[in-house]
Design a protein around this ligand. Structure first.
Ligand SMILES: Nc1ncnc2c1ncn2[C@@H]1O[C@H](COP(=O)(O)OP(=O)(O)OP(=O)(O)O)[C@@H](O)[C@H]1O
Ligand SMILES: [Mg+2]
Length: 489
């Protein structure tokens, strides 16, 4: 229009602008007349969508719990990301308990981690938000707590790869790391969750293993084989249409290793332990919620079932006083139905263990064939068990001049492995420790052994048996020592 040398005059610029504006207006009014409104609207929206700047990133959010149930992807991510900490990471949480070999390292709020998977860049972020104050089902306002999640961002076009390969890879790696590091968890009930009673975990550091456990060798072998068979039979359980679960009832006098056996099972299978204290549970609703939020590859333990669930008389204390109202909702049938039904249809590789000192006091519903797959009797220390304890505690693997006498005394004395272990720990000198054990065994033989009666006096076996018959059916109170020991399992 204009040669490069001469500049357009303002009047010619103005007339060009005016004619262009007139053309646009003409075109708009023609378009408005010719193109119907819905099509016009569609075109405008589509063009707007095409030209709008959009994020190429997709973010997956993995919250710590999925409603009532713990989110396994969250747990796995936490373990996996510990192996991915780079020099760029600025803040980490570090902890170690006295018994742990290694430091436990976790990300701090807001920290980012970068990962590469099959050439795809992935960005992780740890997010902590304050959870809203809520009411639990029993209308109790509970404390605020953090709501934690991981966010995983990556290019949208890799959605298939991330969901189909990377996330399963993270789950797999986390399982391998956990197995290798043996970071087992022990879950107990706590009231700090924002949903009311929740599981709280610590690392399971119980050192008991099948090697250190003094029990009948054949029985020990049977239990180990049963466990190994159980974990290998995923396909079998599926084929026969049975839930992949196994139940064990451990019974026997105090201090014979029932809780230790649970820990040995957990260490052997590398399963987490959930210690369900029924005394803390408000009712069937709570029970259902808590059992649903347990993880796979776990052992659910209900200790001292005869003491903690003296049903259906739960409403009344032994002296006839009325118990707090919220306890009455929990029923044995609720518990058993749950085990048979809901719990059986969700989750895999679950073991349930009941322990009791008094098998004879248990409700027949619990002992019915098929309810518990194996009944395991833990009994007093025999000469074989003693030798194992002597080797573990004192390092005596062969002969000691007091062995003969001790083995003779053990034949007709009822002493628990816990009592033997206590004596053996009193000195590092085998002569002193074993000498102490001989004294204890002789004393017990003279006294006829037995726990203390209600006045604190030691009573003989016959007396204990008589008292057992008299108190049969009455609820039993747990001793403080036992309560403390249970907290330690
Ligand atoms: N069979 C055993 N082999 C090795 N140690 C044992 C055995 N039984 C008990 N002990 C020792 O005694 C301690 C207490 O035992 P444990 O708590 O396992 O007994 P329990 O049968 O669960 O008793 P309770 O009926 O009172 O709950 C254990 O920590 C362990 O040191
Ligand atoms: Mg126990």
């Amino acid at each position: 229009m204009f040669s490069s040398k001469e500049m357009p005059s303002p009047s010619s610029l103005f007339s060009a602008y005016a004619s262009m504006t007139a053309s646009i207006m003409l075109f708009r009014s023609m378009a408005n007349d010719i193109i119907p409104y819905p099509i016009r609207n569609y075109l405008v929206t589509s063009l707007g969508y095409l030209f709008k700047p959009r994020s190429r990133l997709l973010t997956l959010v993995m919250e710590e719990s999925n409603g009532m149930v713990r989110n396994q992807v969250y747990d796995a991510s936490e373990v996996y990301l510990c192996t991915k900490i780079s020099p760029d990471t600025e803040r980490l949480k570090v902890s170690k308990t006295p018994r742990e070999k290694n430091l436990t390292i976790r990300l701090e709020k807001g920290e980012k981690i970068f990962d590469l998977f099959e050439g795809v860049e992935l960005k992780w972020r740890f997010v902590c938000a304050e959870a809203e104050k809520g009411n639990n089902p029993n209308d109790q306002v509970v404390a605020r707590a953090e709501k934690r999640s991981f966010e995983l961002s990556f290019d949208k076009k890799y959605k298939g790869l991330v969901l189909g390969s990377y996330v399963p890879f993270v789950l797999e790696r986390a399982k391998a790391i956990r197995d290798q590091q043996r970071i087992l968890k022990m879950y107990t009930l706590s009231t700090q969750g924002y949903m009311g009673m929740m599981w709280d975990s610590i690392n399971l550091e119980h050192p008991a293993t099948f090697e250190t456990l003094a029990m009948d060798p054949k029985l020990k072998n049977d239990v180990m084989e049963d466990l190994d068979r159980f974990v290998k039979r995923k396909g079998f359980y599926k084929k026969v249409g049975k839930a992949w679960k196994r139940g064990y009832l451990l019974y026997g006098p105090p201090g014979t290793g029932k809780s230790s056996l649970v820990a040995a099972m957990a260490n052997h299978l590398k399963f987490d332990v959930y210690d369900l204290q029924l005394v803390n549970i408000m009712g069937d609703y709570d029970l259902r919620r808590l059992l649903l939020s347990t993880g796979n590859r776990s052992i659910l333990v209900i200790e001292d079932i005869d003491c903690s669930i003296d049903l259906p008389d739960r409403r009344h204390a032994p002296d006839g006083r009325k118990q707090p109202e919220h306890h009455v909702q929990l029923t044995l049938s609720g518990l058993l139905n749950f085990i048979d039904g809901l719990w059986s249809s969700c989750g895999d590789e679950r073991i349930i263990v009941f322990t009791t000192n008094h098998k004879d006091r248990l409700d027949p519903a619990l002992l019915r064939p098929g309810r518990m797959d194996m009944h395991i009797h833990m009994s007093y220390c025999n000469p074989q068990g003693f030798k194992l304890l002597a080797s573990n505690y004192l390092g005596i693997h062969g002969y000691h001049h007091l062995f003969g006498e001790i083995e003779g005394l053990l034949q007709d004395t009822e002493v628990s492995p816990a009592q033997v272990a206590e004596e053996l720990m009193k000195s590092e000198d085998p002569d002193i420790a074993l000498g102490g054990l001989v004294k204890l065994l002789k004393r017990k033989k003279l006294e006829g052994d037995g726990p203390v009666d209600k006045d604190g006096k030691t009573v003989g076996i016959r007396e204990v048996k008589r008292q057992k018959v008299e108190t049969k059916g009455k609820p039993v109170r747990m001793s403080r020592r036992k309560v403390n020991r249970r907290r330690n399992i």
